[in-house]
Design a protein around this ligand. Structure first.
Ligand code: AHM
Ligand code: MG
Length: 333
């Protein structure tokens, strides 16, 4: 018998330790994993599917959608809407909450997701991913928009799947962070990275430097000190990485530490940041905190931001505790 722990085994064993576990949650996670395997397969086939490039549409945030944004959104919705575990869904690609079709039973969970994060990387064959967050709602009742507007502290589960050289799922249910690699031969996610933790210190930062002129003084100061290296106040040299896929940056930080910032910038007063709270920042914040790191807007713990809109944007600063806390302290000066 194989000694490898599959995702399903792992979830069932974790659920056995939870008094009120109904098995519903295990099934929901299996459905998400099944959808992500389909997405992985689709992304992996690349140009063969004829689905690279832009669709002739924009999402609610006014961004041009890639054809794969739409296809992967449909894979998630079709995999989850009939199962009876959900009371509603929110997707980056759809303006309003997605209702469960009337012919299907409604469950107690809400799924919020970015079906294909980093999709600008699709055409250049770099890592992309799916990010998801699970909240609870009233069982058996269609979720209203207001039911989704819960603080990140209310998440019961968060995860992301990375479609890179290998496909991986990173998951937390509030009992640490675990990483599973998709074994393509048998089609199962197997536990390969148990108890992932983020080193408290790091000398690697991640930010889109082309936006520098729009940043606030706190972020300007932090990055300037990194760039000055040994000759500056930090007295050490720093390294920089920018993949333009948050999933890849967060995975790197879970693996070797670092700080990732998509901070507040002054480009457009209606957008206090680029990343979306409900299905990008909050799930990543839950994972990062569970791995011993910190995630903040610069002024507030991410998980305590009170959402007012399902697609609202927030500044994001996350990663190694001591580096993120330094940036927070610069915001207070
Ligand atoms: P997306 O959800 O439309 O793909 O946008 C989110 C992505 C993040 O993964 C990444 O950190 C950021 O956008 C990159 O932005 P930029 O293009 O400014 O480098
Ligand atoms: Mg995204």
């Amino acid at each position: 018998m194989s000694t490898q722990t599959t995702l399903t085994q792992f979830i069932i064993e974790q659920q056995r330790n939870t008094a009120e576990a109904s098995g519903d949650f295990t099934l929901l996670l299996n459905d998400i994993a099944a959808a992500c395997k389909r997405i992985s397969h689709t992304v992996n086939r690349g140009a063969i599917t004829g689905m690279l490039g832009s669709a002739e549409s924009e999402n609610v945030q006014g961004e041009t959608q890639k054809e794969l944004d739409i296809v992967t959104n449909d894979i998630m919705v079709d995999a989850l809407n009939w199962t009876g575990h959900l009371a509603g869904m929110v997707s980056e690609e759809i303006d309003d909450p997605i209702a469960i079709p009337s012919e299907y039973p409604k469950g107690k969970y809400l799924a919020l997701f970015d079906p294909l994060d980093g999709s600008s990387n699709i055409d250049v064959n770099l890592t992309v991913g799916t990010i998801f967050s699970i909240l609870t709602s009233t069982e058996g009742v269609d979720a209203k928009l207001s039911d989704f507007l819960q603080q990140g502290t209310e998440q019961v589960c968060a995860g992301f799947v990375l479609y890179g050289p290998s496909t991986m799922m990173i998951l937390t249910t509030g009992q640490g962070v675990n990483g599973f690699t998709l074994d393509q031969d048998v089609g199962e996610f197997v536990l390969t990275h148990p108890n992932m933790t983020i080193p408290e210190d790091s000398r690697e930062f991640s930010i889109n430097m082309s936006n520098q002129r729009f940043w606030e003084p706190a972020v300007q100061q932090y990055v300037e000190e990194c760039i000055q290296g040994e000759e500056g106040p930090r007295g050490e040299n720093f390294n920089m990485r920018w993949v333009a896929s948050m999933v890849a940056e967060v995975y790197r930080i879970l693996t070797r530490g670092g700080i990732f910032m998509y901070p507040f910038d002054s480009r457009d007063p209606s957008k206090p940041g680029k990343l979306r709270l409900m299905y990008e920042a909050n799930p990543m914040a839950f994972i990062v905190e569970q791995a011993g790191g910190v995630c903040t807007t610069g002024r507030q713990r991410m998980l305590e931001v009170q959402p007012t809109d399902i697609h609202q944007r927030v500044p994001v600063i996350l990663g190694s505790k001591n580096e993120v806390n330094r940036v927070v302290s610069y915001h207070q000066e």
